[in-house]
Design a protein around this ligand. Structure first.
Ligand SMILES: Nc1ncnc2c1ncn2[C@@H]1O[C@H](COP(=O)(O)OP(=O)(O)OP(=O)(O)O)[C@@H](O)[C@H]1O
Ligand SMILES: [Mg+2]
Length: 225
């Protein structure tokens, strides 16, 4: 079974209004478990929209998205939020961290909804901090971190629930070359862990690494083949 199957997906913003806009048009593709896939395309081509649908953050206007056998676009809100929480780790361009809290507290945040004991949580947080290479800053307030460190904190947070799927939206857009290369190193770790990873990016650095299995090109909301 494919891990992710996207079939004939359309996304129309403001469908009932004069400014109705087709952000995605008849998108279909499949992703195997453990694949690392890049979504490429100019600004406005629909990359973030597609990631948000696969992440269960919004629903397609038509078509199906099946993840691990589950039609996620048809889930009621409560189950959609559980899907996001348990199955998907998000890494955003702007990191979306809680700036007033420290690194450890940010990584702990997703676990607050779970029923693990204190020591189980601690083990999960420590492991995620290690993998993301940010354990040495765990007591530091996020607002005092460098851009690369903020991103590693966001990666640890994305990993802490041990989701099978990681979605990254322009993960290197706010990073210098050194930190972008570190992100690519972390992708190798994701690969070794068997994570399925989808990355929306313009960054040519990704074209120079063999950790990427496949590239999906998008233009004006459609896939270019
Ligand atoms: N909530 C919304 N309402 C109306 N239009 C939207 C909405 N969100 C996105 N769009 C439009 O849909 C199109 C696709 O947007 P999207 O953010 O998916 O592009 P993108 O490929 O991620 O671009 P970028 O590289 O700039 O991040 C754009 O034309 C955008 O203006
Ligand atoms: Mg985008």
């Amino acid at each position: 079974m494919k891990q992710i199957t996207v079939s004939n997906v359309d996304k129309i913003y403001n469908p009932t209004k004069e400014n109705a806009f087709y952000a995605l048009k008849q998108i279909s593709f499949e992703v195997d478990a453990g694949e690392i896939v890049i979504l490429k395309g100019v600004s406005g081509s629909g990359k973030s929209t597609l990631l948000s649908l696969i992440g269960g953050l919004s629903k397609p206007s038509s078509g199906d998205i099946i993840v691990e056998g589950e039609a996620i676009a048809k889930l009621p809100d409560r189950l959609a939020s559980r899907y996001r929480h348990e199955r998907v780790g998000f890494i955003f361009q702007s990191f979306n961290l809680l700036n007033g809290l420290n690194v450890y507290q940010n990584v702990m945040a997703p676990l607050m909804l779970s029923e693990w004991s204190g020591s189980q949580m601690e083990a999960k947080i420590d492991q995620a901090l290690q993998i993301a290479n940010i354990a040495h800053k765990k007591g530091q307030k996020v607002s005092d971190l460098s851009g690369g460190e903020k991103q590693r904190c966001a990666i640890a947070r994305a990993l802490v629930m041990n989701p099978p799927i990681i979605l990254a939206d322009e993960p290197t857009a706010n990073l210098d070359t050194h930190n972008s290369l570190m992100f690519i190193e972390i992708l190798k770790t994701f690969k070794a862990m068997g994570k399925t990873v989808l990355i929306a990016t313009h960054d040519v650095l990704f074209e120079e690494t063999d950790v990427i299995d496949r590239c999906i090109h998008m233009k004006d909301g459609a896939m270019v083949v």
